[in-house]
Design a protein around this ligand. Structure first.
Ligand code: SF4
Ligand code: SF4
Ligand code: SF4
Length: 163
């Protein structure tokens, strides 16, 4: 039985580094060992951002919509997967890629308009389109800026990661 768990862990460890399963997942547990893939969180999510990801485990898909941090997914889950002692749901924050249209000289501020936390500002420069900046402290990682971006240039990822 434990060898099955070990192989499951190996199988999903690479994906785990990238995928956000749910908000407030306890960093000290192995999500894929405890989640039963019952789908209740997916059915409950008010913005329907939870999808069946690799191995049938739930994953957040910010291309659909944002996380409102309503915690309905947590309330419906029967497994001990969560640590609600932290203020923030996850360490992931918004990162803007070079494919952002502003880097091509095109004026666009769709992400800023979507950010209720006012974490996105634009720096003005003479003769070029304003470029977006993320205030990492203000960013909650909600993902509201992701789907409005016309060039799919925003990722929600761990801040330690640089790519
Ligand atoms: S409700 Fe809990 S156990 Fe069920 S799929 Fe979601 S996270 Fe996994
Ligand atoms: S906290 Fe709410 S919006 Fe976010 S994933 Fe859970 S159910 Fe969906
Ligand atoms: S993830 Fe949310 S808080 Fe962060 S920049 Fe995008 S909209 Fe703003």
């Amino acid at each position: 039985m434990s060898s099955i768990n070990q192989s499951r862990r190996r199988l999903f460890s690479r994906k785990k580094a990238q995928a956000i399963h749910l908000p407030w997942v306890d960093p000290n547990i192995e999500f894929t060992d405890l989640c039963t893939r019952c789908n209740k969180c997916i059915e409950t999510c008010e913005t329907q951002i939870l999808i069946k990801g690799d191995g049938g485990f739930p994953e957040v898909d910010f291309s659909i919509d944002e996380c409102t941090f309503c915690q309905k997914c947590i309330q419906v889950c029967a497994e001990p997967l969560f640590d609600l002692s932290t203020l923030q749901a996850w360490k992931a924050k918004a990162k803007i890629l070079d494919t952002c249209m502003a880097h091509q000289g095109i004026w666009c501020q769709s992400c800023k308009d979507a950010c209720d936390s006012r974490a996105i500002s634009f720096s003005l420069a003479i003769g070029q389109a304003p470029l977006p900046n993320i205030d990492i402290e203000a960013c909650t990682g909600c993902g509201a800026c992701v789907s409005p971006c016309p060039s799919n240039a925003i990722r929600i990822q761990e801040t330690e990661s640089t790519s």
